[in-house]
Design a protein around this ligand. Sequence first.
Ligand code: FES
Length: 178
Amino acid sequence: MSLTEHEIEHLREHIEHYPEKRAGAIYCLYYVQDKYGYIPRASLDEVSELTDLSPTQLDELITFYTLLRRRPVGRRLIRICDSISCYTRGSEQVLAAAKEASGVEFGQISKDGAVTVLPSICLGLCDRAPAGLVDDSEDLGELTPEKIRDLICSYAAETLDSKSGGGQQILAVLKDQQ
Ligand code: FES
């Protein structure tokens, strides 16, 4: 997996707008993640060359920014907050139900490729606790174990119906990596 010449040129032009190349690292990492759904090792090397940050430094950045990820995720990424406001309003039970419905551990891709569930620090939705976020863009509020189970079931059905075979593509990526 690697970026095309055109993509690298786009990133290089973007980076030129910053006083230092390293300032463009976050943009590059998000760009790569948008393309692949995560940041593969080969792309880390490419971003390293563009930004003059070492792969280890980029890895540290990815660890710091929770919206960046190094591993592939399911067709839908569900974050569920386990910080204090959500915890006191039942996030533990919501997380347990989500794990059971996905059939795999947190951070893993469900067998059908439909979902990955991740516990998260505060998502800024405390007034709607227990809260979650789908695909880093769609808010979930007042979650209950039933609601999260229904949601995961609907994503499983959506994946099954999908003409694009999104879930199968994700599973194919994983198989390639084994
Ligand atoms: S504590 Fe859960 S969204 Fe803030």
